[in-house]
Design a binder for this molecule. Structure first.
Ligand code: ADP
Length: 377
């Protein structure tokens, strides 16, 4: 089972993507309809709202009068908080119930307009963002959905920015073309990414990373942050620290395009305790771990990630951080390391173990140089 979060600004075209996924068998958990369901006539949710904001928020037929509620609840921060304190737990509980009821092999589609605003991205295996320029959204909302232009503009302005959405997007679908083009891009994501990802999680199959050096990608920083946040959401207090390490964490340095992350835990038993959690979360365990650590890799065919689970107070955790910081700070160290990587790759014959072995002497010397640097300064 994998959970996919789908979001985008109002009018971006989420419905087209949701429909495409649902036609292919996605298990749909619809945030909008849950939000309506928990305050439907006769529910405890609606009774609590009436108690908090007065009977004026009820229509003659006993249903929620949304404009009347808005007039009461959106006047100040306190009222807004009161509204959220009533609806959010009910929405959360219902969402959880529906998610728990999904079959084991489900691709759960959680369609959430305010996913970014609610900081929910780390709780999904994958986040799909549908993007359309605000200007185009505005005209679609006015012309096709008949919204009042000022209302549409106000809603667009109150939502997250494109930049905020981009930072959490694992998949970015552009909807500036026709709906057919968007649907076809969504189909491709379903086939090439979601289906194999779901299968890999079920079979505990990690995806091999490509063994090649590529120029530093400025998106690696955000990608690293996303992976770190996702791991925190998975393991919570069982981790003492989680850090993006390795060359993809060093601005400017060419790297094998894999996000390396280490999780520092209390002891080896704590690492064992994470095996199933990480596997369910999209990071199955790989058998070839070095002594004293656990090694996991991403099951997502679109995102190679290595996760090292180590004792937080061990030398390896310290070295990974120091080595990264040394490379960030020292341009000539970066140049040396790049040359070492190129030579190692040339002799590795596509074998990641040979590649690692060939780099090892440089890492050992780096440890000595970093230690020396620390004593001298
Ligand atoms: P969302 O669910 O993200 O708020 P919708 O999927 O309802 O947005 O799309 C908003 C409006 O724009 C709808 O009326 C929809 O039919 C229309 N629409 C969506 N995609 C396109 C497109 N590529 N070209 C033209 N109109 C579109």
């Amino acid at each position: 089972m994998i959970r996919v979060g789908l979001t985008g600004g109002i009018g971006a075209g989420k419905s087209t993507v949701a429909k495409t996924f649902i036609e292919r068998g996605a298990y749909h958990v619809d945030a909008d309809s849950i939000a309506r369901e928990v305050v439907a006539p006769g529910t405890p949710g609606l009774a609590r709202l009436a108690q908090a904001f007065g009977p004026e928020i009820l229509a003659a037929d006993g249903s929620l009068d949304r404009p009347a509620l808005a007039a009461k609840a959106f006047v100040d921060e306190e009222s807004r908080t009161l509204l959220n304190s009533i609806t959010h737990p009910l929405i959360g509980q219902r969402t959880q119930e529906l998610t728990d009821a999904a079959p084991d092999d489900a691709i759960i589609l959680h369609d959430v307009p305010l996913l970014v605003e609610g900081h929910m991205a780390p709780f999904y295996h994958l986040v799909v963002v549908v993007h359309t320029d605000a200007q185009v959204r505005l005209s679609r909302l006015v012309e096709l959905r008949g919204m009042d232009p000022d209302d549409a503009r106000q809603r667009i302005g109150a939502q997250a920015t494109d930049e905020q959405r981009r930072r959490v997007a694992d998949v970015w679908l552009d909807n500036s073309g026709t709906p057919d083009r968007l649907a076809s891009a969504a189909r491709q994501v379903w086939e090439d990414r979601l289906t194999p990802f779901r299968d890999n999680v079920a079979d505990r199959t990690p995806v091999p990373a490509p063994l090649e050096l590529v120029d530093h990608d400025p998106d690696w920083e955000a990608l690293g942050e996303r992976v770190v946040n996702r791991l925190w959401a998975l393991v919570g207090q069982r981790a003492q620290r989680i850090d993006h390490i390795g060359s993809t964490a060093v601005p400017g340095l060419a790297a094998v395009p894999v996000i390396d992350v280490q999780i520092g835990v209390a002891d080896p038993a704590a690492a064992d305790d994470l095996i199933e959690t990480l596997a369910d979360g999209g990071f199955p365990s790989v058998s070839s771990a070095a002594a004293g650590e656990r090694f996991h890799s991403s099951a997502d065919p679109g995102r190679p990630v290595n996760v090292y689970v180590r004792s937080a107070d061990g030398a390896d955790v310290r070295f990974a951080l120091d080595f990264r910081d040394w490379l960030i700070a020292d341009e000539s160290a970066r140049a040396e390391y790049l040359a070492v990587k190129k030579a190692a790759l040339a002799g590795a014959n596509d074998d990641p173990v040979s590649y690692a072995v060939a780099k090892k002497p440089f890492l050992d010397r780096a440890l000595a140089r970093i230690t020396q640097g620390l004593t001298e300064s």
